[in-house]
Design a protein around this ligand. Sequence first.
Ligand SMILES: [Zn+2]
Length: 240
Amino acid sequence: MKVKDLVYAVGDPVLTKFLSPPYGGRPHYTNHGPRTARRVALTFDDGPCRGSTELLLDALAELDVPGTFFCVGENVNMNPDIVERIEREGHVVGSHSQRHSRGAGLSFGDVEHIESAERSISDVLGRRPALYRPPWGWLTPWEGRRLKSRGYTIVGWDVYTLDWQIPEPDAQTVADHAVADTRPGSVYCFHDAYPLVAEWDKSVTVDAVRRLVPTIRSLGYEFVTVDALLGVNAYRPAAA
Ligand SMILES: [Zn+2]
């Protein structure tokens, strides 16, 4: 293990506490929409991957529910057709950095991880994302400022689902936990894929969403994309 990796491993819980939602990363993070209306948003991180993301898109189409996909630039480059499909089917694409690196967002001067991801997405969709979710949720004040100065809305969450855990919980457990944490304006953080791999086999997220959506709708909630929930733009024009 490299020294750098060891520092991250030891520092992980501490850094996560101070840098991640719901408490970290302030004041730059937006973690939820208005608490006054029963509107909520599904978000999916780390893709797109062939297999898992496609399975999820099939489910979202059947459920007739929109989602917001925070895509990793390298995955966008590997699977541009899936990114096109995400947009074509009424979902929104945001940036989740170029390589999902822990160090890039912590560094003082590095903006390459932001700008490369912007180009990767813009090359496919013809416009730049205006929504950003930092990898690992880690947001330093200086990373927050450089994202804001580039016109990004930095999207956190207030429902951190259990679908990232290893071993994976079963889908009903993931759904029940998410239902219990739901409030008006909630933003759910799910993972449909895996960073830096082209294909991924994951069905727990899909099964959990299939269970979550009808339950939440029965409680009088409407699902919208994150930009609609927060009242912000999802995209900006392509760079000149
Ligand atoms: Zn991620």
